[in-house]
Write a protein that binds this ligand. Structure first.
Ligand code: PSU
Ligand code: MN
Length: 286
């Protein structure tokens, strides 16, 4: 059997992490997925073409260049017609993955409803509502309004699974106080629920939320303090729209020293391994 495919996003590389950690991490995530017996496919748009499987030199370009824009669903047609290089968010990576038949996608954090700006809701939620791809992540980013984001997922009919946990993780920290719909303690349990979802004709995505390891978790007070500081800075500087998420993440990284970056890298690595194991369990079940 050929190893199953696992998609990865490129916005986290181009706009979520600093160089050179972004480049090193992107290659390392691919290596971890191979080690677990699956095949990584990092997604992006190159000269307007959707690509599932960027080459290492394309990944390097995405890591270093400031010409690579961030593309969500609304940007796809513009990127294609203008032949731009663009990094894919959770939403656009799901779109590319589904087009080429990849069912499992690994990332760090999901977009959602922003705090204090609940009219700013990530297209990641719409993608989850309409594209049948399983997304392995560490929950929605803690910078968001997590209770509202959780409610939106419920409204949109997107199942939220907890991998070894009963609560949805909060990205930098292991718990959010918000329940998952089901706890799964093995890749096989996740694969069984995904298979049922597809057999029943459900067309939404599904979330598998995996908490950051206890060693790499940020102390909750440090995370809250850094998030509040970043939110205030964004408000003062009038940062909005697609620039908001990258701004908040880099401001948090600057404020916590390396702790948030280490947590971010650790949870990505963890998710890559879990995603690859789930992809293998799905293949075994098929
Ligand atoms: N989580 C991270 N780093 C990131 C993102 C999430 O730790 O860079 C990106 C993902 O690509 C996600 C996007 O899909 O932020 C959401 O952006 P927006 O809120 O503008 O939809
Ligand atoms: Mn937004």
């Amino acid at each position: 059997m050929t190893p199953p495919l696992v998609a990865l996003e490129s916005t986290v590389i181009a706009h979520g992490l600093p160089y050179p950690q972004n480049y090193e991490t992107a290659l390392q995530l691919e290596a971890l997925i191979r080690e677990e017996g699956a095949q990584p496919r990092t997604c992006g748009f190159v000269a307007g073409q959707p690509v599932a499987g960027l080459t290492p030199s394309q990944i390097e370009h995405f890591s270093r260049s400031d010409q690579v824009i961030k593309a969500s669903l609304r940007d796809i047609a513009i990127v294609a017609a203008r032949q731009l290089d663009a990094a894919t968010t959770v939403a656009t990576t799901m779109w590319i993955a589904h087009r080429v038949g990849i069912e499992v996608f690994v990332t760090g954090g999901l977009g959602g409803v922003h705090r204090g700006q609940d009219y700013d809701e990530s297209a990641d939620l719409i993608a989850l509502a309409t594209i049948p791809v399983l997304v392995v992540c560490a929950g929605a980013k803690a910078i968001l309004d997590l209770p509202r984001t959780r409610e939106r997922l419920e409204t949109l009919g997107v199942p939220v699974l907890g991998y070894g946990v009963d609560e949805m993780p909060a990205f930098y920290t292991r718990s959010s106080g918000l329940p998952v719909d089901a706890r799964c303690d093995s890749p096989q349990e996740v694969a069984a629920i995904w298979q049922a979802h597809r057999h029943l004709g459900r067309r939404t995505g599904m979330l598998v939320t995996v908490p950051v390891s206890p060693e790499h978790e940020l102390p909750a007070t440090m995370a809250d303090e850094a998030i509040n500081h970043a939110l205030q800075a964004a408000r003062r500087q009038g940062i909005r729209g697609k620039a908001l998420t990258p701004f908040l993440l880099s401001t948090i990284a600057a404020h916590t020293g390396t702790a948030s970056l280490q947590a971010n890298l650790a949870l990505l690595q963890n998710n890559a391994r879990v995603g690859a194991r789930i992809a293998r369990a799905m293949q075994d079940m098929a």
